[in-house]
Design a protein. Structure first.
Length: 303
């Protein structure tokens, strides 16, 4: 088995996720151990021959599926083009990511633009202006989650400006959600951007995969800009992940008369030390405060 196949095999075992693979198996796979040695380790973890053989068969099917999609690049933690920024996730980083589009984009700096799926008209207008102004200040790639609302604004405005955007998916490429964004996903790929996911092509989105997706958005980005959100919004998953990684977080803060629907923005500024964004100079301040808190060497695996 090559390294990709071995990782697919481990991911096919019930109870073994990203953390277990990175903690208990990554070094062994890097050192090219045999499947027999991995079997012995799994026996000690109470996996049976039946469990292992079933996972091997599943891995073979998954491997063939990935390889049958010529437009998909499967990148493992052992590959030189695996994004070092994902090491911000520690042992939770995905051992495999799948990329459709220009994978060279992964080496560029990302700025995340996120928010509610149901922005007010005021927030939509604000979001468009925020993205446009951000693109005049930085050459960074705009990344978001391809969701309805604020994510779509981030991708759409970037594409219309002729710049590169990337989308992180909570599902496989054959199960894009929402379905009405399939065309948007195709446009992102055809416009020098890329789609990124840690899930096999036919994987459906779940509540848990959305949270994992949000963490990847935060890990890949040097700053996060929030257009509009509620305190209980899923946007907070990305914000919390970004804060835990010591990323810069900026939130649009509206005038008093337009504050309804922005409760989450106020909360982020007050409770999570987010930078209030009210004008262009505030966006400049956010961009200027973006520093790479870990250099490339520190972010590599310590084999």
């Amino acid at each position: 088995m090559d390294k990709l196949n071995l990782l697919l095999f481990l991911k096919g075992l019930k109870g073994i996720g990203n953390s277990a693979i990175n903690k208990h198996f990554a070094n062994a796979i890097h050192d090219n151990v045999s499947i027999e040695e991995i079997r012995d380790k799994l026996y000690k973890m109470n996996y049976s021959d039946k469990d292992i053989d079933l996972a091997i068969d599943k891995a073979a099917d998954a491997y063939d599926l990935v390889k049958s999609h010529k437009e998909i690049n499967a990148i493992t933690i052992f590959d030189k083009d695996y994004p070092a920024k994902l090491n911000n996730l520690g042992n939770k980083k995905p051992p495999i990511i799948y990329v459709k589009g220009d994978k060279k984009v992964l080496s560029k700096p990302f700025i995340a633009v996120i928010g509610t799926r149901n922005p007010t008209q005021y927030a939509k207008n604000v979001g468009e202006q925020l993205v446009k102004k951000t693109l005049t200040i930085t050459d960074d790639v705009i990344v978001s989650g391809l969701a309805l609302g604020c994510d779509a604004i981030a991708h759409d405005v970037t594409l219309k400006t002729g710049r590169i955007t990337c989308a992180i998916l909570p599902s496989g490429f054959n199960k894009i959600v929402p379905k009405q964004h399939i065309k948007l996903a195709e446009e992102i790929v055809s416009s020098r951007g890329c789609l990124i996911t840690e899930y096999l092509p036919n994987s459906e989105a779940t509540k848990y995969t959305y949270i994992e997706r949000d963490s990847i958005v935060a890990a890949l980005s040097f700053a996060v800009i929030v257009i509009q959100c509620d305190v209980e919004s899923g946007t907070m998953h990305t914000v919390d992940a970004a804060k835990s990684m010591k990323k810069n977080i900026g939130c649009y803060i509206p005038s008093e008369k337009e504050q309804n629907g922005f409760e989450g923005n106020y909360y982020i500024v007050k409770e999570k030390q987010g930078l209030p964004l009210r004008e262009v100079d505030d966006i400049k301040k956010l961009m200027e405060s973006c520093t790479v808190f870990q250099n490339q060497e520190q972010m590599k695996f310590d084999w």
